[in-house]
Write a protein that binds this ligand. Structure first.
Ligand SMILES: C[S@@+](CC[C@H](N)C(=O)[O-])C[C@H]1O[C@@H](n2cnc3c(N)ncnc32)[C@H](O)[C@@H]1O
Length: 216
């Protein structure tokens, strides 16, 4: 394992692609930075399966893959078929084999992965918008989060426990407006403890990466 994570090459992504998929942005890089900060901690659990929900360009999962290499299996999902294709290509160009599943959240992930996922990542659509904007098109999928910016991530929370292994870690990007205390409370009801790994103010956005782990 390396002691740092490098930003993958994503020069194959065209401006036409960016009319349809999420351009790697401050939040993507914050998630990568948090994984780099957590590398030793992640290494201690000896991850075998790493999964990203809503992988977009694939830069985040690929970055993790460049650190852990072939010791892990990498799975990604996205609801946008073009993002699925680009995720696979980003992995391939950077030497990371990613199994990509086009589906809503994790509904297409084979049942054999239940209880097997050691690292779960999600940079969700978190912007506060009217509910009517959620899922209205490729780009709306990337940012429109509905009420409190939580309508998409809230649907994932009940599914995390079944997916994660007993040592598994779930990393989630959130915006201040998503009401972090509420998210902590909801995840606590599902049996998870929460740590704020990193916070950063980028322009008007105050972003944090939260890490959840099953309570003993
Ligand atoms: C903010 S972008 C993050 C992209 C990438 N992970 C990154 O950090 O650069 C959110 C991604 O989630 C995907 N997405 C939105 N709703 C989804 C859903 N219900 N199921 C799967 N993917 C979804 C979008 O298509 C988009 O690629």
């Amino acid at each position: 394992m390396k002691d740092q994570i490098s930003t993958p090459d994503f020069s194959h992504i065209t401006s036409e692609d960016l009319n349809h998929i999420y351009e790697p942005s401050e939040d993507s890089f914050l998630l990568i930075d948090s994984l780099e900060k957590e590398l030793k901690f992640i290494e201690e659990i000896k991850p075998e399966v790493c999964m990203e929900v809503g992988s977009g360009s694939g830069v985040v999962l690929t970055a993790l893959g460049t650190a852990f290499g072939e010791s892990c299996q990498y799975l990604a999902t996205d609801i946008n078929p073009r993002a699925c294709h680009i995720t696979k290509e980003t992995g391939r160009r950077n030497g990371v084999t990613i199994q990509v599943i086009e589906c809503d959240l994790v509904c297409g992930v084979p049942k054999e992965f239940n209880g097997k996922v050691d690292i779960l990542l999600f940079n969700p659509p978190y912007v506060v918008t009217p509910s009517s904007e959620v899922g209205q098109g490729d780009l709306e999928y990337t940012w429109a989060g509905g009420v409190d910016g939580r309508e998409v991530m809230d649907r994932l929370f009940p599914l995390v426990s079944d997916l994660l292994s007993s040592k598994g870690l779930f990393y989630l990007i959130v915006l201040k407006e998503n009401k972090l205390e509420d998210i902590e409370k909801i995840m606590s009801l599902y049996g998870f403890g929460c740590v704020n790994v990193i916070s950063r103010k980028t322009g008007p956005e105050h972003l944090s990466v939260l890490r959840f782990r099953k309570k003993n």
